[in-house]
Design a protein around this ligand. Structure first.
Ligand code: ACO
Length: 457
């Protein structure tokens, strides 16, 4: 028999709510019928306690620090896999066999150019524009160049996925070239996904970029650990925008916009700014910890809505920092500052009592910095990594027969119904008069009521 929970009101009235059990045993109250049965909705601001969908893509346990894509632990994927393989896994549910991986790589390669006319768009942006502003705009603009059929076939869907994965990468590299005022470098079919990106970023007509296998591996791991994280802010934005059946390029652009904020993907940039400020101030970080504790600022790269222990991605990034920054000539004093800051925070009751641990962004910026990725491109790299995750959710949703438009409710807390008052008759603090009742028509004209007392009834 399926499990139910009983909701009992003070009046003694009771209703049974079905309990849904997920694949890893996590339980959820199914409240779909709650309003029909009781007239009530649930109030859960910022979705602290709401599962917005069922999804078979990513599992995470914030108490235990577990993250798995389609069942595979993130640590294993980051160590052994390639980004393109992980993207296939997220999208289609299983690791590809060799021929599937070859086909997937081929379609990604074949889709890596953007329409040449789109290159003119870059010229219209100021040179110092943040690359995220270019990325979100250019990705939305793809919709004008690559029309999407109303109901894409599997083949058309595969092409959309390849376009977005490949072109987000190409646009990102072109944005950087615009930023530094250099001619763009086109993608090459001879290079793999990550190598191709680094080559587009750092090659120029006057010098070839020498690929360092350790840096390639580090960027590969960076993209893998960012590839999906279930219903985070940007993925939820993608699901909500996608549920209206909006154009998929606009939908992914919505995800990029949501990612930009410093509470989310923008945090990797904010962490490096913070570490740089600590370095320049000569302080040991205490001042920043104290400012965070007194709520003047936040310790960037710390805390997470879901993780109440170490974010497993932060542990992977920290390990990678040791590997990369331990190489001769690669050391970075900011890494030492970060480790000291982590140690100090994790022995401080403020952070411990609130379960605030380093999140993925705490060490990831240092990896990007070591790879020579410019500061303003950090969140763009996150977006390249997250694109397959967003697309996997978009795809999962469009193949779900129960997919409906996402439309949360709200609890209204504004004024009760009031009359419109012409501007010539408004007083400074009394711009409307409450109606007496929602059901009864008022016998007097609104104008007459203005001079009467504000008895709102
Ligand atoms: N520094 C200092 N205090 C913090 C921090 C922090 N980084 N994060 C949370 N707190 C405190 C809050 O002030 C609050 O304290 P209180 O209970 O005394 O009021 C408590 O911890 C809970 O914080 P909330 O803001 O309610 O937690 P929420 O789940 O809403 O926010 C978030 C999570 C946004 C990640 C938050 O921890 C934060 O701002 N961290 C810094 C930004 C950051 O690193 N973002 C990247 C997240 S990972 C990602 O998106 C890829």
């Amino acid at each position: 028999m399926s499990e139910t929970a009983t909701l009992r009101f003070a009046s003694g009235e009771e209703i049974g709510l079905p309990v849904f059990t997920g694949g890893e045993g996590e339980k959820a109250l199914d409240i779909e019928k709650l309003r029909a049965a009781t007239g009530m909705v649930t109030l859960d601001e910022a979705y602290l306690n709401t599962a917005s969908c069922r999804s078979a893509i990513t599992y995470l346990d914030g108490e235990k620090g577990i993250l798995r894509y389609r069942g595979y632990p993130i640590e294993e994927l980051a160590e052994k896999s390639r980004f393109v393989e992980v993207a296939y896994l997220l999208m289609y549910g299983d690791l590809p066999i060799a021929s599937q991986l070859d086909d997937f790589s081929a379609i990604l390669n074949g889709s890596s150019l953007i329409h040449e006319d789109m290159r003119h768009f870059f010229l219209a942006f100021p040179n110092n524009a943040h690359p995220m502003s270019l990325l979100t705009t250019m990705v939305a603009s793809l919709s004008a160049f690559y029309p999407v059929p109303e109901n894409p076939t599997d083949e058309e869907e595969a092409q959309i996925i390849a376009n977005l994965m490949s072109q987000v990468r190409t646009i990102s590299a072109f944005s950087y070239k615009k930023f530094v005022g250099e001619p763009v470098v086109y993608p090459s079919h001879k290079l793999r996904f990550v190598e191709n990106f680094l080559n587009m970023m750092f090659s120029s007509p006057v010098s070839n970029y020498q690929l360092d296998p350790d840096i390639v591996k580090a960027i590969e791991a960076f993209l893998i650990i960012h590839a999906d994280h279930e219903q985070n802010c940007s993925t939820s934005a993608v699901r909500i925008a996608g549920s209206s059946l909006a154009n998929v390029y606009a939908v992914i652009s919505a995800g990029i916009s949501a990612l930009w904020g410093r509470r989310h993907g923008g945090a990797n940039q904010a962490v490096v700014t913070m570490l740089r400020n600590i370095q320049q101030s000569g302080d040991d970080g205490r001042r920043f910890l104290e400012a965070a504790k007194s709520k003047d600022s936040r310790l960037m790269g710390f805390g997470h809505r879901i993780y109440k222990t170490h974010d497993p991605r932060a542990l992977i990034m920290k390990k990678l920092c040791h590997r990369i920054l331990g190489k001769p000539g690669m050391s970075d004093p900011m890494f030492d500052i970060a480790m000291r800051l982590e140690e100090a925070a994790l022995s401080d009751d403020y952070f411990l009592s609130r379960n605030l641990y380093p999140n993925v962004d705490f060490y990831s910026g240092l990896i990007l910095k070591a790879a020579g990725i410019p500061f303003d491109m950090f969140t763009v790299l996150f977006a390249i990594g997250r694109t397959p995750g967003w697309l996997a959710h978009w795809r999962e949703m469009r193949h779900d027969a129960n997919n409906r438009i996402a439309r949360p409710r709200q609890i209204y807390t504004g004024p009760a119904e009031r009359f419109y008052v012409p501007v010539s008759q408004r007083e400074k603090h009394s711009v409307g008069v409450m109606r007496r009742s929602h059901t009864k028509a008022l016998p007097v004209a609104p104008r007459d009521l203005i001079s009467s007392s504000m008895d709102c009834g």
